[in-house]
Each structure stands twice: as C-alpha cells, then as structure tokens.
Design a protein around this ligand. Structure first.
Ligand SMILES: Nc1ncnc2c1ncn2[C@@H]1O[C@H](COP(=O)(O)OP(=O)(O)O)[C@@H](O)[C@H]1O
Ligand SMILES: [Mg+2]
Length: 285
C-alpha cells in the first residue's frame, strides 16, 4: 500500500521542479531526488570525507531472489546521532549488515571515512572505528565479564583510549558487581550491557545499536537508554535502531525511516517527533 502511494506521488511529482511550500518529508516521499538536496543526510553526504564516518550510496541487497534494499543512501557524520526506524522486516538490520560487510550488497557503494569499503571484510571495517551491537547478543558465554571486556580492549583509530576498563565499569555499575561471573550466567539485560561495554572497549567513533532494548524489562531498558545517552554525549556517533520512536527521536539528531527497503523519511528527529501522522503511518502498531 505504501509503495503504491510512493509510486503515485512519485509519478505526479516527476515532471515538476520541487515545490518549496511542501514540507521536507512530503518532498522526500514525493520525489527523492530534489528532497535530497535539503535533508541533513545530504549535508552529511556532501560534507568533506573527514567528517563522514560511514556512507552508503545506492545500496541494493538481495537474499537469494528477494530484493530487500532498493537503492539506499545513508550517511552518518562524526558525533551525529541517527535513529533508524521502520516496522519489522523493513530492512533495518539488512542495511546495517550490508554496510558492515556481513551481507554482500548486490549494487551500490559503502565508504568509511571516504575510503571505498564495499564488500570489504567486516574486521577491516571494524578496525576503522565502527562498533556494532547486533540484534540478540554477542558475548562469549564461557568467559567471565572481566574477560569479555578485557579481550575487546583496543585503542581507537587515532590512538585514543578514552574508554578504559575502569570507565566502562563506571558506566555499567551492574557489570562491576558481576566481574567473575560467566557471560552465560548474566540476565538478558546484563548481557546487553556487556555487549555494549565490549563495543566501547574498542574506542569506536561510531557505535551501531540494533534493537538493544528488545525483550528487556522496563527498568533495564531505562538503564540502557541512559547509557546510550552517555555514549552520545561522549562524542561517539551513534546509529540507534529501536521500536520506541519517542525515545529514539528524543535521543537523536536525525531519523531515517525504512519501508520495504526504501527510505521514506530522512530528516530532523525533532520534526518527526511532532508528525504523528507520519509516525502512525510508518511506525504505528
Ligand atoms: N538471512 C536472511 N535470508 C533471507 N531473508 C532474510 C534474511 N534476513 C532477513 N530477511 C528478510 O529480509 C527482510 C528485511 O529483514 P531485516 O533487515 O531483518 O528487517 P528489520 O531489521 O527492519 O526487521 C525481511 O523480509 C526478512 O524476512
Ligand atoms: Mg532488525
């Protein structure tokens, strides 16, 4: 249904120049090309290579014969916080995995700090200062909390070691109480904290969090949002995927909404926050 709307609007808009009175997000839907010249995403994409950390251009991804991503442009700059939203199955995780070399895009380019990294192995991309907290959790269940953290430690791209073992434990006091416990003995929330703690130990410039609060108790969820805010305030760029659009738009500068592998909104989180129609249409349950 959404695709039909997009196509119809796109068809209507094509022969005309962009109409200035249209809202930015309507223009984005009506005709992606003109809107791109005005969204923050474009400013990020057009910014000098040294400020754009991660950038996808025209990304297409298939799983077998299923065409999942349909020409995605996505960019995130140093220190920026971006929310990536959309209902289940819309392609959020596939976009992240395609940018990180975990899934092979069928077309398009991925650049990290201006350098072509399309189809580069994930470990090379990670070495360029990008950390990923995947859906589910990525800890070693047979290692203790201490071992999980210490094993992940490394300096950032520019040699920074701001996120030390001590600082991670200050940020996650719960982990400090469980240092000798095996990762597998932790609660779901503690495992998620450990996963984020491990990511911070790599001193990333960009942290990508995919559904970090999924399935966790409300108290832990609040704790995780607090930590994400701390991370953002420390200057690490963040991509946050989460169903809680109120929390995401409150936390981020910019929001991107995916519908069936197309971007239907890329603009200020503050604007989206007050557009209940758009939220209902693309994110409502
Ligand atoms: N490994 C896979 N093989 C085949 N199809 C997949 C695979 N992973 C995801 N998909 C499909 O791709 C689409 C996008 O999935 P995904 O990127 O996980 O969406 P989201 O993260 O937005 O929930 C869905 O239709 C999903 O069923
Ligand atoms: Mg997902």
């Amino acid at each position: 249904m959404t695709e039909a709307i997009l196509q119809r609007r796109g068809g209507d808009a094509l022969p005309f120049a962009p109409v200035p009175s249209l809202s930015a997000q309507f223009q984005r839907e009506a005709s992606p090309e003109p809107a791109r010249t005005t969204t923050p995403a474009t400013r990020a994409a057009a910014a000098p290579a040294d400020t754009t950390i991660l950038e996808a251009r025209g990304l297409h991804t298939h799983y077998g014969s299923s065409h999942i991503l349909h020409g995605i442009d996505f960019a995130i700059r140093k220190g920026e916080a971006v929310g990536l939203m959309g209902r289940n199955g819309m392609g959020k995780t596939t976009l992240i995995r395609s940018m990180l070399g975990l899934v092979r895009p069928s077309d398009g380019t991925v650049r990290v700090r201006g350098e072509d990294m399309t189809r580069a192995p994930t470990h090379r991309i990670a070495r360029l200062g990008i950390a990923y907290v995947p859906e589910g959790r990525g800890i070693f269940p047979n290692l203790t909390v201490r071992e999980n953290l210490v094993m992940a430690a490394r300096a950032g791209v520019d040699g920074r070691r701001e996120w030390t073992y001590e600082r991670v434990l200050e940020t996650f006091p719960r982990l400090a109480e469980r240092l000798g416990n095996g990762g597998g003995q932790l609660s779901g929330g503690e495992q998620q904290m450990l996963t984020i703690g491990r990511a911070l130990m790599t001193n990333p410039d960009l942290l990508i969090l995919d559904e970090a609060t999924e399935g966790l108790a409300p108290l832990i969820v609040r704790e995780i949002w607090r930590v994400i805010r701390t991370i953002r305030d420390s200057g690490i760029a963040t991509v946050v995927v989460d169903k809680n659009h109120a929390a995401v738009t409150a936390l981020t500068d910019r929001s991107v909404i995916l519908v069936k592998g197309h971007i239907v909104y890329d603009g200020a989180s503050e604007t989206l926050r007050h557009n209940s129609e758009l939220i209902q249409q693309h994110l409502g349950v």
